[in-house]
Design a binder for this molecule. Structure first.
Ligand code: PGA
Length: 252
């Protein structure tokens, strides 16, 4: 049985004062809510703050990107080892906002996935189709291509207990959410694809839905078969909204 996981993706938002208030509220309000796993992926400068405020709580923390190299002359990059030193449990890789704006290739994303895993950090690997791909009937083809780029270079052991986020590009930041049925269909397609390449990993990999999840649609989405939790953007910046989504994942 896979435990549900709800992850907040803060993107490039926050400041020390707001973060402190948000994290302290979440720590307090989610205390004892133990039917699911929770995490926030914060901008790099706030990792130390997240570590300080979340230590000992039931909320893990992570980053939104990682370098493909171990160390060295890579100005502006942050390594998996550095994230690990801050106690990061998760890192988002392949988010469409990054792959589109910063030209991250599939090979690049596969390397990020592998290096995170090698350092004991769980990668949250994002895949999803554009509206054009959905409307022209090539959605599965598009998702399969993104998946295969990582699945074909990662051995089954790397995939074991990894996290994949299905994030239709048209649903991110738009208030257009996939219907529970659309999301379920995509999630089972992803799980079947994992099973085809790495049968052992298909049962343990958690597949999150992301794209305009809010407290009103969370319960229905997160109770669908094959949906193991959510990757939450805007609503993770509001303590009350994020808490309600976390509770929805627990069925409460
Ligand atoms: P959103 O973002 O919830 O604001 O749509 C989700 C994401 O990009 O992970």
């Amino acid at each position: 049985m896979r435990r549900k996981l709800v992850v907040g993706n803060w993107k490039m938002n926050g400041n020390l004062a707001q973060n402190e208030q948000l994290l302290r509220t979440l720590v307090n309000d989610l205390q004892g809510v133990d039917h699911a796993d929770f995490a926030v992926c914060v901008p790099y400068p706030y990792l130390f703050q997240a570590q300080q405020l979340l230590q000992g709580s039931n909320i893990a923390w992570g980053a939104q990107n990682v370098a493909t190299q171990e160390s060295g002359a890579h100005t502006g990059e942050v390594s998996a080892q550095m994230l690990k030193e801050f106690g990061a449990s998760y890192v988002i890789v392949g988010h469409s906002e990054r792959s589109n704006a910063y030209c991250e290739s599939d090979a690049n994303i596969a390397d990020k996935f592998a290096i995170a895993k090698q350092h004991g950090i769980t990668p949250i690997f994002c895949v999803g189709e554009t509206l054009q791909e959905r409307e022209s009937g090539v959605m599965e083809y598009a998702i399969a291509n993104q998946l295969d780029a990582v699945l074909s270079v990662s051995g089954g052991a790397l995939l074991d207990h990894a996290v994949i986020a299905y994030e239709p590009v048209w649903a991110i930041g738009t208030n257009k959410t996939a219907t529970p049925e659309q999301a379920r269909a995509a999630h089972s397609f992803i799980r079947e694809r994992v099973a085809a390449l790495h049968p052992g990993a298909a049962e343990t990999v958690r597949i999150l839905y992301g794209g305009s999840v809010n407290p009103r649609n969370a319960a229905q989405l997160l109770s669908m078969p094959d949906i193991d939790g959510g990757l939450i953007g805007r609503c993770s910046l509001d303590a009350a909204d994020f808490e309600r989504i976390c509770r929805a994942a627990c069925g409460i």
